[in-house]
Design a protein around this ligand. Structure first.
Ligand code: HEM
Length: 521
């Protein structure tokens, strides 16, 4: 979400100016008839509470919530913000007042990157957003569509199994850069569904284009998190003090160019559709011929799909593999379950996933401990309302602190500990599902703006985890102990591991199983 790592210089200048007007204390909202939620002290004129946020805002906000409660009012520069930090408050905001909270704020990153907010994620709440969501759900992410593309996903995870072996064999100490492998697997998966193209792999020549795409996605993720001072203190916008606006335009231009290339390949029929199924670009171009769908809207949808489809699921899987290094008994239990329910004579398939109860509990536990988008995407209220006796003004930005909700000791015993058993049928949290109806566990958000790709994301995560853990044993490089795994979060709108995980894979299935899938060992 926001990070202050790149704004200390402009903040320093402002700090000097605003210290002249330092507010004396702040306590609660000043409007007595409209009682605002509690507000942390330490707000500065012009800057508001900006200086209270560290490089990991959700962590700082979690500490502040312990003092000021589960609903806080803050001011970031000129922007009024409400922070929601408990399941009960989440219900108030996104069930009771869901309609009011269903919009998105306008800010530079969302505006420039997502083709002038023509995508789904950055659109305000409006008819257009509803139409696009319907289209995305029916044409791209319906169960029928996901089933049609099952073969594509399977081929890609098998390619990953092969590539892991290939890379492990090449590298001198046999370690695998887990994040890179997972990103490549998910990127190929996403681009296959999107445009019938794979970009990574030993026999592929388009690595250069893949690097360009990956670089653009990383830039976009960084820029979305990078706090741009001009969004909060508008008179500074024109100076582009951090150079963000320039980078945003460059990144958008890069996506525009690559997406245009995909359009051209599809329009001229130079795509090799190995799956025999129409891909998303085909579908979108077909729809465009029938309906009023400007290029910008299609590009926005493709941008959302690329952004959401690659890093999120890879990040979940990397955290899971790290959690399992610290909890080897859980890894053994997953593998025991795979051996029992799937056997060792074939590679696990999507249809096996419902049987893998322990694996599912581990995924849930890992997603609870490491929410991929820890402050959700920002929402904006479209009207004023009252929540828990507090006045919530219109046009307030709403941040949901998922990390605080997922670590609530009243819901979760020893909340900081990886304990998948809590989600097993006999466990105390067995009733909690991740699909937005249970406010204690919301890795995909909740309410009208809930993640659109939840089913696909869960499929990619479960399938990836099942195949990788069935095909390989994973251990730390020689000499490293579990305690040495750095479990801190890096910067970015997607909360990946700060230090990339490197592991040593050892094949654990009989050679004929890999051979049957054409994987050379
Ligand atoms: C494990 C993987 C994923 C996680 C953890 C995740 C999480 C999230 C979260 C927390 C939100 C914000 C919800 C809110 O603001 O209320 C979101 C929004 C969204 N996600 Fe995902 N996501 C994942 C995968 C995907 C995939 C695979 C796609 C599409 C292919 C996708 C498409 C979207 C879209 C379009 C939105 C914006 C929805 C809107 O504003 O109406 N996500 N996701």
């Amino acid at each position: 979400m926001m990070q202050l790592h790149d704004i200390w210089l402009p903040l320093g200048v402002l700090l000097a100016v605003s210290s002249i007007f330092l507010l004396r204390g702040s306590g609660h909202g000043r409007n007595v008839s409209h009682r605002l939620p509690p507000s942390p002290s330490g707000a500065w004129p012009i800057l508001g509470h900006l200086l209270l946020l560290s490089t990991l805002p959700h962590r700082t906000l979690m500490e502040l919530a312990k003092k000021y409660g589960p609903i806080m009012y803050m001011r970031l520069g000129k922007v009024p913000v409400v922070v929601v930090s408990s399941a009960d408050m989440l219900r108030e905001f996104f069930q009771v007042n869901d309609l009011i909270m269903a919009s998105r704020p306008r800010y530079s990153a969302s505006e420039i990157l997502s083709f002038n907010r023509q995508d789904i994620a950055a659109q305000p709440y409006c008819d257009r957003w509803r139409e696009l969501r319907k289209l995305f759900a029916q044409e791209l992410l319906s169960i029928k569509r996901l089933n049609e593309l099952q073969g594509v996903r399977r081929r890609e995870v098998l390619h990953a199994v092969e590539s892991i072996y290939y890379r492990a064999k090449q590298s001198s100490n046999s370690t695998v850069n887990v994040r890179q492998e997972l990103l490549e697997m998910n990127f190929n998966n996403t681009t296959q569904m999107l445009a019938s193209k794979r970009y990574y792999g030993p026999k592929i020549k388009s690595e250069l284009q893949a690097d360009e795409f990956s670089h653009l996605i990383e830039e976009a993720i960084d820029l979305m998190a990078s706090f741009d001072i001009g969004d909060y203190i508008p008179f500074l916008k024109r100076f582009d003090l951090q150079g963000n606006i320039k980078r945003l335009h460059q990144t958008n231009a890069g996506f525009d160019r690559l997406i245009d290339k995909l359009f051209l390949e599809h329009r001229t029929g130079t795509i090799d559709r190995a799956s025999g199924v129409n891909d998303f670009v085909d579908t979108l171009l077909e729809l465009q011929r029938k309906e009023d769908l400007p290029d910008g809207a299609i590009k926005g949808l493709i941008f959302d799909f690329l952004m959401a489809g690659t890093e999120t699921s890879a990040t979940v899987l990397e955290w899971l593999l790290a959690d399992l290094q610290l909890n080897p008994k859980a890894m053994m239990e997953i593998q025991r379950e795979l051996d029992e329910k799937v056997g060792t004579n074939r590679i696990v398939e999507e249809s096996d996933i419902p049987k893998l109860t322990y694996l599912q509990a581990c995924v849930k536990e890992s997603m609870r401990l490491h929410p991929t988008v820890p402050l959700m995407l920002p929402h904006e209220s479209t009207a004023s309302c009252t929540v828990a006796g507090y006045y919530i003004p219109a046009k307030v930005r709403v941040f949901v602190n998922m990390a605080a909700i997922h670590l609530n000791p009243e819901t979760y015993d020893q909340p900081e500990t990886f304990r998948p058993e809590r989600f097993l049928p006999s466990g105390p949290n067995s009733h909690l599902e991740m699909k937005g109806q249970h406010f204690d566990l919301v890795p995909f958000g909740t309410g009208r703006r809930i993640c659109m790709g939840m089913n696909l994301g869960l499929l990619l995560v479960h399938l990836g985890a099942a195949v990788l853990l069935q095909a390989y044993d994973w251990r730390l490089p020689a000499g490293l102990k579990a305690e040495s795994v750095d479990m801190s979060e890096g910067l970015g709108s997607v909360a990946h591991m700060k230090v990339t995980l490197h592991l040593v894979p050892t094949p654990r299935l009989p050679a004929h199983v890999y051979a049957a899938e054409n994987i050379e060992l």
